[in-house]
Design a protein around this ligand. Sequence first.
Ligand code: TYD
Length: 214
Amino acid sequence: MSTTSAHVQPERGKFITFEGIDGAGKSSHIDGLARFLRQRGLTVRTSREPGGTPLGEKLRELLLHEAMHLETEALLMFAARREHLDKIIEPALARGEWVLCDRFSDATYAYQSGGRGLDRAKFAQLERWVHAHLQPDLTLLFDLPSAVAGGRLAAQARVLDRFEQERADFHERVRLAYLERAAAAPARIRVIDADQPPDDVNEIIEKIISSYCS
Ligand code: TYD
């Protein structure tokens, strides 16, 4: 007589990404949302791009501080992403965990295409190669004028990285590219006005998530 073991697969977790120009303040809201979701009994994993794995963090160090060809930069973003998907994102989602990720492929479209001017068709190809079957379930886009974001960065007492040091017109192009992506995928990408006090932004995030969960 044969016995069958009832191996129940956990329900797949949700993949939520956070995007916006440098200085939009998204990073501080990731921990807040993680706490909010954990209080609801969910298992939450936070991560970031470029980075999230030991190899990815080494690539991040190079990407943020080393001068390189623009296409090298774009390819390294996807190389770090490939590793991140394999080692962290896919396994966590399969275990039923929620993954909150500080940036993902929308950032490559916004920065390397919008900001740097590379052909976005190349990224569509890389995206198909690296994550054909996975898109974020939800993306929170923190939007604000680049002049306001630049003022926030200038007020920080630390050395700015290669992207943060870019001129205002670079950040404005990045912002517009983000908004264009949001207009093309309104069901996935929710635009949040980040030019307001953190508590107000937090309230908006919790509302979006609550309606998303129900
Ligand atoms: P960021 O997410 O702003 O980290 P921190 O909040 O610690 O400064 O830094 C990552 C930088 O990498 C950011 O300036 C945008 C850039 N980036 C790209 O240009 N393309 C990408 O695909 C990703 C993921 C990030």
